[in-house]
Design a protein around this ligand. Structure first.
Ligand code: SF4
Ligand code: SF4
Length: 117
């Protein structure tokens, strides 16, 4: 079981990032969040969401979802995603297991772009 993110629906409002930071630190600590939306500068209206799980980084993009195993050697010809580096230092998604009402990011996403699968 894990999170499923629909990047085509996401509006990059950052509510999930704030909610996750709050879940971690009881404060709006963005650097503690394990879910991060981003916009690509070079492409207008291009929005993706990166999620850190226990052993992988999930990049949900408009063209599809990419899963990178943490610790696995990356393709040297592939350009590194700058936003992925600080993600590796963060705690992994725990699906808000201590909350009775389920994941905060799902509850706060205004467009229902996040779901459980
Ligand atoms: S389920 Fe909880 S820990 Fe996982 S990304 Fe959402 S808010 Fe963060
Ligand atoms: S809360 Fe939903 S719409 Fe907002 S950035 Fe996160 S996934 Fe995207």
């Amino acid at each position: 079981m894990g999170l499923k993110i629909d990047a085509l629906t996401c509006t990059a409002c950052m509510a999930c990032e704030l909610a996750c930071g709050y879940h971690r630190d009881d404060a709006f600590a963005l650097l503690s969040s394990c879910i991060v939306p981003y916009r690509a500068r070079e492409k207008k209206n291009y929005i993706g969401v990166i999620l850190k799980e226990e052993d992988s980084l999930i990049a949900a993009r408009p063209e599809g979802t990419e899963i990178s195993r943490i610790g696995q050697e990356q393709d040297p010809d592939k350009e590194a995603d700058a936003s992925a580096k600080p993600m590796l230092l963060r705690e992994s998604c725990d699906l808000c297991e201590d909350l009775d009402d389920g994941p905060l990011c799902i509850r706060f996403c205004p467009v229902n772009a996040i779901s459980m699968e």
